[in-house]
Design a binder for this molecule. Sequence first.
Ligand SMILES: *[C@@H]1O[C@H](CO)[C@@H](O)[C@H](O)[C@H]1NC(C)=O
Ligand SMILES: *[C@@H]1O[C@H](CO)[C@@H](O)[C@H](O)[C@H]1NC(C)=O
Ligand SMILES: *[C@@H]1O[C@H](CO)[C@@H](O)[C@H](O)[C@H]1NC(C)=O
Ligand SMILES: *[C@@H]1O[C@H](CO)[C@@H](O)[C@H](O)[C@H]1NC(C)=O
Ligand SMILES: *[C@@H]1O[C@H](CO)[C@@H](O)[C@H](O)[C@H]1NC(C)=O
Ligand SMILES: *[C@@H]1O[C@H](CO)[C@@H](O)[C@H](O)[C@H]1NC(C)=O
Length: 398
Amino acid sequence: MMPPAVPLTLVCAMLCVSTCVALCPPRCECSESQHTVRCASVGLFRIPAAIPSDTSSLIITGNTIPRLDHSAFNGLQNVTHLNLSNNGIMEVGSHAFSSLHMLRSLILNNNQLVLIHPEAFSVPGSPLQELSLRSSLFNYTSLTDLITALRWGELTNLLRLDLSGNRLVLLPPGMFAPLPNLQHLNLNNNSLVAVYNSTFSGIDQLLELDLTRNAFRTINDEGLHELERLGQVRLLLGQNPYVCTCEVQEFANWLNSSKVRVGDADRLYCEFPAALRDMSLRVLGAQALGCYGKPYEEITNLSLHTSYVFLGLVLGFVGMVFLLVVYLNRKGIKKWITDIHEACRDVLEGYHYRYEIDSDPRLGHVPNINQGRPRNDPHLGHIPSDARITQMPSDVTL
Ligand SMILES: *[C@@H]1O[C@H](CO)[C@@H](O)[C@H](O)[C@H]1NC(C)=O
Ligand SMILES: *[C@@H]1O[C@H](CO)[C@@H](O)[C@H](O)[C@H]1NC(C)=O
Ligand SMILES: *[C@@H]1O[C@H](CO)[C@@H](O)[C@H](O)[C@H]1NC(C)=O
Ligand SMILES: *[C@@H]1O[C@H](CO)[C@@H](O)[C@H](O)[C@H]1NC(C)=O
Ligand SMILES: *[C@@H]1O[C@H](CO)[C@@H](O)[C@H](O)[C@H]1NC(C)=O
Ligand SMILES: *[C@@H]1O[C@H](CO)[C@@H](O)[C@H](O)[C@H]1NC(C)=O
């Protein structure tokens, strides 16, 4: 009875081993020695169930998994690296990763996260050190969702955050404050235009900040002040469309004097104006930037200049209105001018006549001068100017 029992247990043991070895989700590749499971582009619609429980690295990429649920990763407490890139994930549910007690690295690149539950990243003990969301946020609502989830997740151990390629235009103030130990922040390839007073508040351990490939035209005083506050950080600012006018001078000076290390300071180039295109921002002096004199003089010069321009515009406008009014009233004005002209002529001729009469006493009493004029001629009575011409001097002499 004994001999057959041994082979039976052996068979059982072998069976177990074979099933244990075979315990790999269909179409996935499992490396038992490295505790790695890889399901790359195999047409999955959800996280497979039969993942070995000792897996430490789980790579599920290039599938179509619209939603991550609460129980998606149950029983996988040894997973440290989870790569879920390129799965078209739209929604991350509450506590989606909370059974992954050892999770250190979570890669969610190239998804379309429309909805991120506030407790999406809540994991007991918050072991997460790296979170990558490159080209993953669907729109600004997703960003605000993410900020809430970062706060609720209490990710106090997070060291790396990648938010590149998300078309971000605005970073809400203090959005990184829930990540007090963050060391590497990647905001590359977004559409950021400005850094504000508290954009990076609360992250005092930052070592590297990547702001390349954004939409900065310059960095204003407030932004420089904020970046300066980051102290030891290594900053990357290349491939932004810098506008090299006088306004950029402060920034250019800062590049040389800041205690922040700008890793690519020699590779910051002007995009505008065309004449300065591809010139290094750092070597451009005040002269080349069109700034003359001290900054204060510049400002007053500039405001004087603008006020002159404004005055010119106003005067031009007034002139045009005047011309328009003149044009519209041209008939009336013509008549008016004729009247004035005639009136003047009357007066002048009148005075001239009087002068002649006054100066030549011989003419004082000679009435036949007036008789030669059509003064009392009834046929010519319709010419009032002539009538007045003759009328006035006679009044004067009388
Ligand atoms: C998880 O890893 C630990 C230590 O590496 C090991 O002792 C334990 O058996 C593993 N758990 C599972 C479910 O494989
Ligand atoms: C995640 O998976 C993608 C696609 O397979 C791969 O290109 C990428 O290198 C992986 N990232 C990490 C951090 O493992
Ligand atoms: C983001 O997309 C979602 C889903 O389409 C929509 O409900 C939401 O209004 C969008 N938010 C913004 C700011 O456009
Ligand atoms: C930048 O981000 C956009 C939008 O997410 C993406 O399509 C593009 O491939 C990214 N470019 C680079 C060079 O990463
Ligand atoms: C920025 O905030 C600090 C306090 O946190 C304040 O002292 C400073 O005046 C602010 N700067 C600007 C430009 O608003
Ligand atoms: C910055 O320093 C470089 C050399 O170190 C110098 O050529 C350049 O003129 C300086 N730029 C400014 C704006 O001070």
